[in-house]
Unconditional design. Sequence first.
Length: 394
Amino acid sequence: MKIQEADAKSLLVAQGLPVPPWEVAGTPAAARAAAERFLTDGVEKVVVKAQVLVGGRGKAGGVKLAPSADEAERVAGDILALEIKGIPVRKVLVGPAADIVRELYLAAVLDRASRRVILMGSAEGGVEIEAVAAERPEAIVTIPAHPIAGFLPFKAREMAFRLGLGAHLKDAVAIAQGLVRTMGAYDADLVEINPLAVVRETGPDGDAVERLQCLDAKITLDDSALGRHPGLEDLRDPDDEDPVDREAREAGLTFIKLDGTIGCMVNGAGLAMTTMDLVKRAGGEPANFLDIGGGARADKVAHAMRLILSDPKVNAILVNIFGGITRGDEVARGLIEARAQQERDVPMVVRIVGTNAAEAAELLREARFQTAATLDDAAAQAVAASRGGSGAAA
Ligand code: GDP
Ligand code: MN
């Protein structure tokens, strides 16, 4: 799950990382009011930033500086009218503009290959890191964290020196360690600061001082771990999810849309994969992976059917249920209910074995469903139906 910059910054602040203050505004007037609060002594400009779940906002005109409240209101209006990479901007972040001396890149990422959290840094920050990685891989420093001890101080110092942050050693070490700590604290996959900036500020005696600030923040959370963090689910942004994915998640169904034409409804992830394989072997293309889970009741089955049919490409459905905890008759009732409700009629082939298979067969026969005894037969019938045939393959 991706979260917005402002929410990511809140998590960083909670871990003690240096982030400049900000407010979130949904209208130009609210942005103006926020700008007025920041434009005080020592703050000559505010920064207004689009809150969308994609990178490259700067290039797309989604990050602007404003020297007055009037100007902040105007640029906020411009940014709120933008669509960045197809996503409409609904909110902006407003904060004091930093006086940037240098921009660096620093991120904690989950490296699946080494099964560790690694810290990636580059003195060439600000720009998209993918471009740096492609053109000048030597400009990226990677140092793994220890799986148990975390990111030890000597490793953090090594990172700081290699990024040329010797003059900010203490802050750089705290930030490097803080990013790795943030990963663990929220079960994140990625905690990325780009830019981590050396900024110029006015010290207490009026002199210019330089310090490190996290000016941007991008965090992705491991969806499978959200259950361990009450409250983080509230940070989910509606743009993070396709409406069908959202509906599936809320219904407790594991649903992944694919490109084919044969909708598949199966219980159990392994059986769902096998079913997809057999559909392919029979010459068809699955339209989705769908695991209705163990013990699904009729209403859940009906819900799953609605999800499958929401894909206009689906022109045949294969239902493959192995009744263990799931009762075959319950699934059959769900299918009958779903067919009574559905707006679009699509040929369906049903195979139900296991618990209460006989009751299921009886219900399906009465309701005149097309059934199959074996999975191979079910796949062949579904593929034939998808091609516009009778489906009654031998
Ligand atoms: P992104 O393009 O979506 O990654 O958005 P960022 O927040 O990283 O901003 C893009 C660029 O805008 C940064 O690399 C900076 O160069 C610039 N920028 C962002 N915040 C400030 C700020 O407070 N002051 C100044 N001067 N520039 C900023
Ligand atoms: Mn950025």
